[in-house]
Structure formats: structure tokens, C-alpha cells
Design a protein around this ligand. Structure first.
Ligand code: TYD
Ligand code: MG
Length: 452
């Protein structure tokens, strides 16, 4: 390849190809490949020049404990692993309009009570950001605000001895490095800008928040190309029509992943939801067939959610399968097990599955709750309104034990549930679990569910 020939870069995953294609071979995204200017400094050999000798040290040693910065927003602090680590970079990704700027404005305002905080917006004018802050009643917070997109300007401003403690960049896709020929938002630009800002954060010891839009069209580089560069990746999710927003840690060098924070979008910004189970169940109507309460665990927290299924006769030759909040292939597995092991054939029916409230469940422990909702809808017999369900289903139809049984049951008891449909098999090496006030109905095989 000659040095001046063009490069084609997938704007979703960053894969480089020599010619354009409609679909990225690496990540499978459609229409995501765009031409970018060739990289100017192609890697060269090291040459004869000797480098500096690296000094090695042992594993043992004193690492001074880093005091973390607390935002005062409990849900955010917990998802970040117990506060923010100075010198670390956090990527906050999410769909446009989901509330990233709102969350970070609130966090910036809270932090500014004790620390110097800088908020750099590349998307909105200063007045727009001020207007938002005023709406949320935060106009008096001493946050330093600027509208800027030039990486060079930002780095020169922040590369000083008295650098702020927290820097918010909203968003990384609007930043522009004049050393790179590509347009803002392309993979090369986003990577270059993020790289420089992260290096600066490490050198000056400030907490760096990078906002990144997740895109569908692939016209702007997805935050996925940044995930490996930052210390912490937080995704802000939720259905646009719902007021609930979920902040999920998918990578965290300083804490547990899979931790989630739950917020509610209100007129005055995002409010923390301290008892998500109560919220997710708030609109549940008892004694309806096809509805079942799943006792799940999100990160370290138990969370009760309603799973709704609708099984309806289909006129289509390949019946419809629509899933919101769960994995489609997992639903196919549960349906196949119901058919092959329990004789409940739903292949001629349309099946709709919905996790109420806009939560997305990834746990296999939801299998049994999904199966119960399906069986309930198909038979038109309601699952008892005071029952919670959890358990993993194996391919032979056996109900497998899941982790954190006690925690799930305790949360259910706290919210007034009286019985639990749970796996009969105890977890290997574990004794019987304390069930508290709950009546337990152990289930060994999915077949037994149909007899209930
Ligand atoms: P925003 O934080 O601008 O989204 P993002 O930065 O992720 O693109 O949030 C935009 C949405 O939030 C917008 O639809 C209006 C809504 N919103 C409220 O409902 N209440 C509020 O107090 C604020 C500030 C925004
Ligand atoms: Mg925004």
C-alpha cells in the first residue's frame, strides 16, 4: 500500500480496511465504514538509538491510598466504584437525549462545592448549559464553564500546575485536533483527542469525564473505540418514553462492573432512585396472566422487576418473537426447552416478552421467571401476585441454582412478597439457605411448573 493511499475505517469498532464495504467484516455494523486521511507517521523501526533503562520494583510496597472524590450523587458514586479516582478517565456513553449532560451538570455542580470543576461543552453554547443549570436549580454552583472544541486550546488551558480537580468534556465527538486531517467525530479524531486528554488527566491528576454518544448510523465514531483507553466505562440507558434511567458500569479499573445506578428524569433533572424494586413494580397489577416478578441481582443490589409475556395465536408462517429488555436467543432457548422437555409447543404462536420499566436483564437467573410468565400467558392462569421467581434453566429442563439466593429472598420479603418459586438444587458446597419470612416452593424440573 502506498503511503498516500486512503484508509477506510469502521466508525463503530475502528477496524481499518483498504477498500470501502457496506458492512464491516470485524464488527458486522452496516454502513459504518468511512474514508479517513492516511496516518501520517507510519510506524518506523526503533533504529539504533538506545532508550532509557526501566527500573523494576517488587510487588510489595507502599501505595498511598488515593482519596476518592465523592460526587454526593450516591448512585453515581457507587457505580464508579465508591467515588472518583484522581487521574482517572471515565467514559459516559449513551443515546443522544438520554440525559448525559444533565447527569454530568449535576455531578459537576455537586463536586464544585469542594473541588475546582471545569465543564467544557462542544455541543451547546454557554447559555444553553446555563439554562439547563438554572432549570435544575444549580445556577449558583461555582462550576467553570466554557464552550470549546479545539484540543490544542483545551490542553494548553488545562496543562498548568493548578489544574482543576475535575474536567468534563461534553462530548468527545465534538473535539477537534488540528494535527489530524479527519473531520471531528471520526475514529482518528476521537482517539487522538481522547488519548491526549487522558494523558493530561494522568499527568495533572484530575478526574476526566468524557461524554460519548452512541450512534446508530455510524456517522460518528461510537464510544466503543474508546473503551480500552479509559479506566471506567459507564453507559446511560433507558427507554426514551420511560422516566427511568440506568447507569451501568461495563468496565471499571477501580471497582466492580455490572453495578447499576437508577435515576428518574424529572423536571428538575435526574433524581436518584433509592429503592428501585418498589419503582419497577409500581405499575404492576396483580392477578393478571402472563406477568411474573423476577427477583434479580444487578451488581451488588437485589432488584425486583416484572416480566410480562404475551402468547397469542399467530397467522404468520413464521410467528413473531418480540423481546424488550431481555436476550432474544435466551427466549428461543426457553421456548425450545418448554417444547422439547415439557410438551408445551408455542411454535405456532406469536410471543412477546417485556421487562417492565425499561430495565435490561442479562442474568440467566431470569429463565425461570420468563418460563413462568410464558406458561401463565399460554394457560391464562395468573402467577400468584405475592410470588417471586428466579432460577436458571438447563437444556434438559432442569432448574439450576443461582447465586445470591438469600439476598433475593430478603428483598422480596422486604417488599411484602410471601412466596418464592426457586431452584430445588442447592448450590454446590452451600447449606440450606435462610428463607426469612418467605414460603418456598422448590422446583427441580421445568415440567413441574406446568403442574402448579
Ligand atoms: P441531555 O442531558 O441534554 O441529554 P444528552 O446529553 O444525553 O444528549 O437530556 C436531554 C433530555 O432530558 C431532554 O429530552 C430533556 C430532558 N430533561 C428533563 O426532562 N428534565 C431536566 O431537568 C433536564 C435538564 C432535561
Ligand atoms: Mg448532551
Amino acid at each position: 500500500m502506498s503511503k498516500s493511499s486512503a484508509r477506510f475505517v469502521c466508525q463503530e469498532c475502528g477496524a481499518v480496511t483498504v477498500k470501502w464495504a457496506g458492512k464491516c467484516e470485524t464488527c458486522g455494523a452496516w454502513n459504518s465504514i468511512a474514508e479517513e486521511a492516511p496516518r501520517e507517521n507510519a510506524p518506523k523501526g526503533l533504529g539504533g538509538k538506545a532508550g532509557r533503562k526501566i527500573e523494576f520494583v517488587g510487588l510489595e510496597g507502599q501505595a498511598a491510598p488515593v482519596p476518592r472524590l465523592m460526587t454526593g450523587i450516591g448512585e453515581l458514586d457507587r457505580v464508579a466504584g465508591g467515588g472518583l479516582v484522581p487521574g482517572s478517565a471515565l467514559l459516559v456513553g449513551g443515546d443522544p437525549g438520554i440525559g448525559k449532560s444533565t447527569l454530568l451538570t449535576q455531578a459537576a455542580a455537586q463536586l464544585s462545592a469542594k473541588h475546582a470543576v471545569v465543564y467544557i461543552s462542544g455541543e451547546e453554547a454557554v447559555d444553553q448549559v446555563r439554562l439547563r443549570a438554572r432549570r435544575m436549580g444549580l445556577a449558583h454552583a461555582p462550576v467553570q464553564l466554557a464552550a470549546a472544541t479545539s484540543l490544542r486550546d483545551i490542553v494548553s488551558t488545562l496543562d498548568v500546575a493548578d489544574a482543576p480537580a475535575v474536567v468534563v468534556i461534553d462530548s468527545i465527538q465534538t473535539m477537534f485536533a488540528d494535527t489530524v486531517e479527519s473531520a471531528p467525530g471520526t475514529v482518528t479524531q476521537v482517539r487522538t483527542c481522547a488519548h491526549e486528554l487522558i494523558r493530561l488527566a494522568k499527568r495533572r491528576g484530575f478526574v476526566l469525564f468524557l461524554v460519548g454518544h452512541v450512534t446508530k448510523e455510524g456517522t460518528i465514531a461510537g464510544p466503543r473505540v474508546l473503551e480500552h483507553m479509559v479506566d471506567t466505562v459507564l453507559y446511560f440507558e433507558g427507554e426514551r418514553g420511560h422516566q427511568f434511567r440506568i447507569l451501568r458500569a461495563v468496565k471499571n479499573r477501580f471497582g466492580a462492573t455490572d453495578e447499576i445506578g437508577v435515576f428518574e428524569m424529572t423536571d428538575a433533572g435526574l433524581a436518584e432512585v433509592l429503592n428501585p424494586s418498589a419503582l419497577f413494580l409500581a405499575e404492576r397489577r396483580g392477578n393478571v396472566s402472563g406477568s411474573c416478578v423476577f427477583a434479580g441481582i444487578e451488581g451488588t443490589r437485589p432488584m425486583l422487576v416484572e416480566i410480562q409475556a404475551l402468547v397469542a395465536p399467530s397467522t404468520l408462517s413464521s410467528p413473531r418473537r418480540a423481546v424488550v429488555g431481555w436476550d432474544t436467543s435466551r427466549l428461543a432457548m426457553v421456548l425450545a426447552v418448554l417444547d422439547a422437555r415439557c410438551g408445551l409447543a408455542l411454535s405456532g404462536n406469536d410471543v412477546y416478552l417485556n421487562v417492565a420499566g425499561g430495565l435490561r436483564i442479562a442474568e440467566p437467573a431470569a429463565d425461570l421467571a420468563v418460563a413462568a410468565a410464558l406458561v401463565s400467558s399460554a394457560s391464562d392462569i395468573p402467577v400468584p401476585a405475592d410470588m417471586v421467581v428466579f432460577g436458571e434453566i438447563g437444556l434438559s429442563g432442569e432448574v439450576r441454582a443461582v447465586a445470591q439466593t438469600e439476598l433475593r429472598l430478603k428483598e422480596a420479603a422486604k417488599l411484602g412478597f410471601a412466596q418464592g418459586l426457586v431452584p430445588a438444587m442447592p448450590r454446590k458446597g452451600k447449606g440450606p439457605v435462610a428463607t426469612g419470612a418467605l414460603g418456598i416452593r422448590p422446583l427441580g424440573h421445568l415440567q413441574d411448573l406446568l403442574g402448579l
